[in-house]
Every structure is written in structure tokens, then in C-alpha cells.
Design a protein around this ligand. Structure first.
Ligand code: NAI
Ligand code: MG
Length: 353
């Protein structure tokens, strides 16, 4: 068995944090020796070639890669003719319909216990990007289509229930002292009090799946009050299932609870492909620093998450433990109050392995 990992560094800090992830994958015991396929995508690539996501990248992922890692891409906030975010396109192209984002505090380090997983629908909602603008008598009016389908909501619901069960199993094995201790729980995040048709369908579809999982408790919460709760009592939240936009926003908010966006990993999951990706973006404000001070831990944890979803549970756990240990020891980058560079932190993690 071989592991051929497509590596799409992208823009800004993307390439440097993915290099860190590669070096950790090379060091972790218990997996086949990985090989890496460097692939292009991003705004810089677009400026050079006119294409943000080259066909060769998608083809290589489909034909030669076992899985992939994605760094980050810069997307300008104004419209650039011909440009559209390659990560949004890639998720659709590879049908990576779930974005799974665990946000966890480090035991014995963070004052607050946070241990939640945000399961974000990854293919629709406002991200179908069907926007129009028209001139009217009173000025311009812009509109966006928000698509919620039963199929996408059902499969993201099923993913959330599976993750809740798996998380509860891990809790049982590690003992109940860490994080929430109750039965597996899924909280449906929506706004169907206002958007009763779209969010209504999301809520109903996830609730319909719940019948297949009688041992999982189902809650629901309106997205704005969920954010309130996220800051007031995050220790009570476990698995959240969200339509695309709410999931995007809630997970950056949750990242603040554990100290830095530079810590939070994610994995894009489809039925036949897995792609790890840190939650953060290209961090242009620190991207030019030499030596790099970008926190590599989100990417390193994303590599572990990728392994976990491929079935390499033990090697993944080793990486998580090594990352936690480097945080406990304060051997971290400036975003966490430390003094180390990207490379030095990576070395600390590798040594733990
Ligand atoms: P960002 O996540 O890049 O940065 C937000 C803040 O967090 C910045 O202060 C940054 O320095 C810090 N930060 C992020 N990652 C870090 C790391 N690894 N280590 C230390 N500090 C880190 O979000 P922002 O600034 O809103 O967006 C910048 C660009 O990234 C935009 O062009 C945006 O479109 C793109 N972006 C891309 C994403 C992706 O490729 N999946 C996701 C989010 C944003
Ligand atoms: Mg985001």
C-alpha cells in the first residue's frame, strides 16, 4: 500500500504550513511511506496563468492521489474578472460534501474545556454563488440564490451522527474527565424561524436521518443564539451540524476559544476522497515574514485528521498528542505568545514523534 498525497499549497502562508505537515507525515510511525505530488491552484497562479484551478490539478487528484492537503488561497474581496475561489470549486469538483472541523482545547493548558466538532455542509447554501445585480429606479439591487437540498442536508446529517458516535467512543476510551461526558449529541444549527423554507428543509432532513441513530441525542439551536452559547458555555457543545455559511462563521468563532485560527484543522470529506485543510486563510499580514512565523499546527493537525479519516487512527492520535505537548511546553509561534518560527515548531512536533 502506498500513500500518494496531493499537496496544493496555494497562496500566502499556505505553502509553508503544508511543508510542515509533510515533514510530520514523513516522521509519523505506522503509515506507509508517503510520497507527495505538488499541485497548483490559487490567486497567484491565476495572475500568472489566468486559471485559478488548473485542470491538471483536478486530474492529478482524481487519477494519482490517495488523498490531499490544501493550504490556503487568497481571494480578493472585490470582483476580479475570471477569478473564482479554487477551494470552493475543488470541493464541488471532488464532491467533498462535508467539512469537518474539530475545535479542541489542550488538556492541562487551556483554562476552558472546549471539545466540539463543527460539521459544515460544503457544497451549497449561498456558496452556489449565483449572484445577480440589476439597476432599478431606486438604485442597484443585488440578489443571491441560497440552495439547500434534501440530498445534501441528509448526507451531511448522516456524517454528523457518525462523528458524534465516534467522538463518544473516544470519550469512553479516554475516560469522562475531558470535555462533555454525556451521550453522543448532535445540535442542528439553523435559522428556520426566519428562513422556514431553506433552513426548514435543512432541519427537517437532518431530523429525518436522526431516526437511524436512536442512541444519539438531537438538539437544535438558532444560529445567533448558538453563537451566544458558543462564547458563554462552549464546554456544553459537542457535534454541531451547519449549512455552509453558518458553519464557516461559527468555526472561525470557535477557533477564537482555543487561542488561534492557526490551531484549528479541518478535513473535506467525500465518499471517495479526503482532503485535509487548515481552517485559516492565507494570512497576508504575516505571509512575508522571514523566517516564517505562521503557526503550522492547524496544518499538522489537518494532516492527522486526514489520516484519521483514512483509517490510520493510531498514527493520527500520535500526531495530536505531539501537537498538544508542544503547546503545553509553550514551544509555539507568536500568535500563541511564543517565540518560535514555523520550522522550529515543526521540529518540536517531529521530535515528539
Ligand atoms: P486569515 O485566516 O488568513 O487570517 C486571519 C487572522 O489570523 C490574521 O491576523 C492572520 O495572521 C491570523 N492567522 C491565520 N492563520 C494563521 C497561522 N497559521 N498562524 C498565525 N496566524 C494566523 O483570514 P483573512 O485575513 O480574513 O483572509 C486572508 C485571505 O485568505 C483572504 O484572501 C481570504 O479570502 C483567504 N481565505 C482563504 C481560505 C481558504 O483558502 N480556505 C479561508 C479563509 C480565508
Ligand atoms: Mg472560513
Amino acid at each position: 500500500k502506498t500513500l500518494r498525497i496531493g499537496v496544493i499549497g496555494g497562496d500566502g502562508v499556505g505553502p509553508v504550513v503544508l511543508q510542515a505537515a509533510q515533514r510530520v507525515l514523513e516522521a509519523v510511525p505506522g503509515i506507509p511511506k508517503p510520497s507527495f505530488v505538488p499541485l497548483q491552484a490559487g490567486f497567484e497562479h491565476f495572475q500568472k496563468t489566468g486559471t485559478a484551478l488548473p485542470r491538471e490539478t483536478v486530474d492529478a487528484l482524481k487519477s494519482e492521489c490517495t488523498a490531499a492537503m490544501f493550504g490556503a488561497v487568497s481571494s480578493p474581496s472585490h470582483k476580479v474578472a475570471g477569478y473564482s475561489s479554487p477551494i470552493v470549486a475543488l470541493r464541488k469538483e471532488m464532491d467533498l460534501y462535508a467539512n469537518v472541523r474539530p475545535v479542541k482545547s489542550v488538556e492541562g493548558h487551556d483554562p476552558r474545556v472546549v471539545d466540539m466538532t463543527i460539521v459544515r455542509e460544503n457544497t451549497e447554501c449561498l456558496y452556489v454563488k449565483q449572484e445577480t445585480i440589476e439597476d432599478t429606479a431606486t438604485g442597484r439591487v443585488a440578489r443571491a440564490t441560497r440552495q439547500i437540498s434534501e440530498r445534501a442536508s441528509t448526507r451531511i446529517g448522516r456524517m454528523a451522527f457518525e462523528i458524534a458516535l465516534a467522538a463518544a467512543e473516544v470519550k469512553k476510551q479516554r475516560g469522562g474527565s475531558y470535555g462533555w461526558t454525556g451521550a453522543p449529541t448532535v445540535t442542528i444549527v439553523h435559522k428556520s424561524n426566519v428562513l422556514s423554507v431553506t433552513d426548514g428543509l435543512f432541519r427537517e432532513s437532518v431530523r429525518a436521518v436522526a431516526k437511524e441513530y436512536p442512541t444519539v441525542e438531537v438538539n437544535e439551536q438558532i444560529v445567533d443564539s448558538l453563537v451566544y452559547r458558543l462564547f458563554r458555555e462552549p464546554e456544553k457543545l459537542s457535534t454541531l451540524v451547519c449549512p455552509n455559511l453558518y458553519g464557516d462563521i461559527v468555526s472561525d468563532g470557535a477557533a477564537a476559544l482555543v487561542g488561534s485560527l492557526g490551531l484549528v484543522p479541518s478535513v473535506n470529506v467525500g465518499d471517495s476522497f479526503i482532503m485535509g485543510e487548515p481552517v485559516h486563510g492565507s494570512a497576508p499580514d504575516i505571509a512575508d515574514r522571514v523566517p516564517s512565523i505562521a503557526n503550522p499546527l492547524a496544518s499538522i493537525r489537518s494532516a492527522a485528521l486526514m489520516l484519521e479519516f483514512m483509517g490510520y487512527v493510531e498514527p493520527a492520535a500520535k500526531i495530536y498528542d505531539a501537537v498538544d505537548e508542544s503547546i503545553r511546553q509553550g514551544k509555539v509561534t507568536p500568535d500563541l505568545g511564543g517565540k518560535l518560527s514555523t520550522e522550529e515548531v515543526t521540529e518540536v512536533v517531529r521530535k515528539q514523534l
